[in-house]
Design a protein around this ligand. Structure first.
Ligand code: FUC
Length: 826
């Protein structure tokens, strides 16, 4: 081994070792949760639980990811749509009548999506004679995905531990008392929907029920918003929930009150559930799965594991994902001390008062990764607006998949934080939508390809929503779902370089979305390709005559999304070396797309014309799609547009709902302004207690670190993680940027295991705001172009850094499986 090589190895080893020390990875509380947003979430992707930590009555609110209302989408819900599309276009191009375009758009609508439902509650009632507990703590260890509650009563310590196991498909609960025979409990199940409790044996109870045929969204006024009965035998899935005592030294029996455990010192319980959901296009009732057989199988298999082996299997499984990324920010000993005995709530309160707490920021970051691993597992349903955690029968926005920002934002961190597998449920879902959306494209618009609108659900709904004319077209009719969703297929390929996936799955779906767009676009009188009707989610403009409108032509977001899809599809067909004719046509059509416009205020125009926004601080910043998640605007390749994007953000302001704040962190990261991004990160982490709906300025974080729209919506958690990642590492265009937007508050720190496009794994370490060392593992080989503030040396490699207007670039070839050590030259 030559000296250079061994230094390289040693260097890599040191970098790895120092990074393996994790920071504070626990949420801690000193009191039981009073509200749902104080309760702690666990999940295995499919089963979810919110744990309140009550003493004499513990409430564990439960979910199962497939438990939704309704059934398969009934075909052709609006035969008049196409005719009204023609009328809307005529109103727009011939008469410039935006209100008529709006009226015709309403006539193009179908029905609303269905709702994600709560599965029920488990109550653990414990006999303590009304005594006041002491030494109470409840916490969530996100490094082991394990929740626990401990307290003392009359000298006895009681402990409750809970985790949701993916390998064994149960939620496992262990209750212990430090004194013999001190544990006396009864366990009960219930549901806000009609249900039936039953006894399976002296050790096992069941709760069964059926989902409603229809649940109207919470924002719809309806006489019968919840329809339980279904005469067709198709709609409304069944569920079965089981709770079984796996082991206890006490007396165990069941009666009508529930499951009793008396005079015990320990009780281990396994809970599981299943529904009859059998795919988006199958009747969940008549053609449903046998939910009873499923739960019995889950339980029988789990019963073979002891608590110890079940927990070990769970931790091994969870950590194979979670441990891929370490993120530490160095903090002074003095500041660390001030946090030592504080609960997470106390730390959030101090943070909201302006306190420094870098460990809270890295905890928030890793908590987002925890939530993704816990709510999105291969083979399952994607994380919805609330991940998998929902307590309401009519949850906010139906807890559905909302595709004009929210569903996609959930998956922004997946690839970049080394959780590619967690992206798969979303990618599979997009595949289903590409089939279901063909029907909508053909029937509503007579186009090729597939179309998806603003809302979807477990039934792969793709039509414009609005109950045939009741929805506001500025959101209900938004038709750009298929090109935007296709971006995720391309990202998955870019990060994995999986050619088979690109060839057999991604490319055909991207191409089909492009075919939809080609048919959807129309030529304006300047020969430019535009979309019409078109809105900018969910903002209104004031037109030249002072009139408010929402539906016009070629909103910037439409054009940016289509530019993105065309560019990705061109690159994909190039990478596969197929479809040259289609590629050339896309290149030709892309050149004709109505371009981005800089308005009189120096901003990126939101609409076709330079109109004023009704709400200049609107939460959606759709006109910056090209900055992120797109890549049409970049400070490196399009500095003028980047300047206009900055102006847009300044005009929009630094407030907003949770996901809006998270999006802005990503925008400022792309603009390489780490300090501005950090300012917004602090707004995102700002403690709020708001529970009602606030569209404007209630965004922040709840006591349990859930994102507040308000109400709770999980996209802000995930978008926040993506934004924080992009402060440290970005990869788009043809380069990887090291520390492109490091906030000055993050002076010294390290991150290990982030992913860059091209399938590279990156470790970074920095001090006093400057990169000190990095390593790059090339999983698939290939050329790398790095951008960094300083010129870089790559150990054991001859490379040259080139000075540019924005730092240095360094290019070199990599071999698959090899790790490269990098150091700044100075
Ligand atoms: C869009 C947003 C709302 C909310 C909802 C789920 O309609 O404009 O703020 O996030 O989706």
């Amino acid at each position: 081994m030559n000296i250079k090589h061994s230094i390289g190895l040693l260097f890599g080893l040191l970098l790895f070792q120092s990074l393996s020390a994790q920071g504070d990875l626990e949420l801690r509380y000193k009191n039981p949760a009073n509200t749902w947003t104080e309760a702690l979430p666990v999940g295995n992707g499919r089963l979810g639980a919110m744990i309140f930590g009550g003493v004499e009555e513990e409430l564990i609110q439960l979910n199962e990811e497939t438990f939704w209302s309704g059934g398969p989408v009934k075909e052709n819900v609006n035969p008049g749509a196409y005719e009204n599309l023609q009328l809307a276009r005529k109103a727009l191009f011939k008469e410039e009548d935006y209100s008529m375009a709006n009226a015709y758009s309403k006539k193009m609508q179908g029905y609303y999506s269905q709702s994600y439902l709560p599965l029920g509650d488990l109550k653990i009632k414990q006999e303590l004679g009304g005594a006041q507990p002491t030494a109470y703590t409840r916490n969530l260890d996100i490094q082991r995905a394990l929740a626990s509650t401990t307290f003392q009563v009359n000298g006895t310590t009681y402990t409750r531990e809970i985790f949701a196991s993916a390998p064994d498909q149960v939620i496992a609960i262990k209750l212990t008392a430090s004194k013999a025979k001190a544990l006396n409990i009864v366990l009960q199940t219930g549901n806000p929907l009609p249900f039936e409790n039953g006894i399976i044996s002296q050790r096992e109870i069941t709760m069964r029920g059926k989902a409603p045929k229809n649940v109207e969204p919470s924002y719809v006024q309806a006489e019968n918003p919840i329809i339980l009965e279904d005469s067709t035998g198709c709609d409304g899935m069944r569920y079965d929930l089981r709770l079984k005592v796996h082991k206890s030294d006490g007396e165990v029996f069941t009666d009508e009150e529930g499951l009793h455990i008396e005079n015990a010192s320990e009780a281990i319980l396994y809970l599981t559930a299943a529904t009859s959901f059998n795919g988006y296009d199958k009747c969940p009732d008549s053609d449903g799965k046998d939910e009873k057989a499923l739960v019995e199988d889950y339980l029988a298999k789990a019963e073979k594991q002891t608590w110890k082996t079940l927990l070990e299997r769970h931790i091994t499984d969870y950590q194979q994902y979670f441990n891929r990324v370490d993120f530490t920010l160095n903090e002074s000993e003095n500041i660390k001390k001030t946090h030592q005995d504080k609960s997470t709530l106390e730390r959030l309160t101090a943070y909201a008062d302006g306190g420094k707490d870098l460990a809270l920021e890295t905890l928030y970051y890793q908590y987002g990764r925890y939530l993704l691993i816990s709510s999105s597992r291969p083979g399952g349903i994607p994380a919805n607006l609330q991940g998998i955690w929902n307590k309401e029968v009519r949850p906010p926005w139906s807890s559905n998949f909302t595709t004009n920002i929210n569903a996609q934002m959930n998956y922004w961190p997946a690839e970049m934080t080394n959780l590619s597998e967690m992206h798969l449920p979303f990618l599979d879902f997009i595949e289903d939508l590409s089939v279901a959306g063909k029907v909508t494209a053909t029937q509503f618009y007579h186009t090729k390809g597939w179309a998806v609108h603003h809302n979807s659900d477990i039934w792969a709904l793709t039509n414009p929503v609005g109950n045939l004319g009741e929805g506001d077209p500025m959101w209900a009719n938004w038709p750009m779902g298929s090109p935007w969703l296709s971006q995720h297929l391309w990202w998955h390929y870019q990060y994995t370089k999986d050619n088979d996936y690109l060839k057999n799955t991604a490319y055909p779906i991207m191409k089909s979305a492009a075919e939809f767009c080609l048919d959807w676009l129309v030529e304006n009188d300047q020969g430019k390709l535009v979309t019409a009707p078109s809105g900018s989610p969910e903002n209104a403009f004031i037109d030249d005559n002072g009139k408010r409108g929402t539906i016009s032509i070629a909103s910037t977001m439409d054009m940016s999304i289509i530019w993105d899809l065309f560019t990705n599809t061109i690159e994909a067909s190039g990478a596969l070396n197929i479809d040259a004719g289609f590629r050339e046509n896309l290149e030709k059509q892309r050149a004709k797309l109505f371009p981005l416009q800089i308005g009189k205020k120096g901003d990126i125009q939101e609409w076709y014309k330079d109109w004023e926004a009704e709400d200049p601080h609107h939460r959606h910043v759709s006109q910056l799609f090209g900055l992120f998640p797109g890549r049409q605007i970049s400070p490196i390749t399009t500095p003028k547009l980047a300047e206009a994007a900055k102006k847009t953000l300044e005009l929009r302001g630094d407030g907003g709902t949770g996901w809006s704040l998270a999006w802005k962190i990503n925008f400022w990261a792309r603009l390489q302004d780490g300090d501005h991004a950090y300012k917004i990160l602090r707004n995102l982490l700002h403690l709020t207690g708001q529970v009602g709906t606030n569209y404007a300025d209630g965004g922040g974080t709840y006591a349990n670190l859930f994102d507040a729209h308000p109400p709770f919506q999980i996209d802000g958690n995930f978008g926040g993680v993506a934004g924080m990642t992009q402060l440290l590492l970005q990869s788009y265009g043809d380069e990887i940027q090291l520390l492109p937007a490091l906030p000055s508050a993050w002076q010294t720190g390290q991150v290990k295991g982030l992913k860059a496009r091209g399938n590279f794994e990156v470790n970074l370490r920095w001090k006093a705001g400057k990169l000190t060392e990095a390593s790059l593992k090339s999983i698939k080989g290939g050329l790398v172009k790095l951008r960094s503030a300083e010129a870089m040396n790559i150990l054991s490699i001859n490379s040259k850094s080139t000075k540019t207007e924005m730092g240095f670039t360094t290019e070199f070839n990599t071999e698959a499986g090899k790790t490269y050590q990098l150091k700044p030259k100075n």
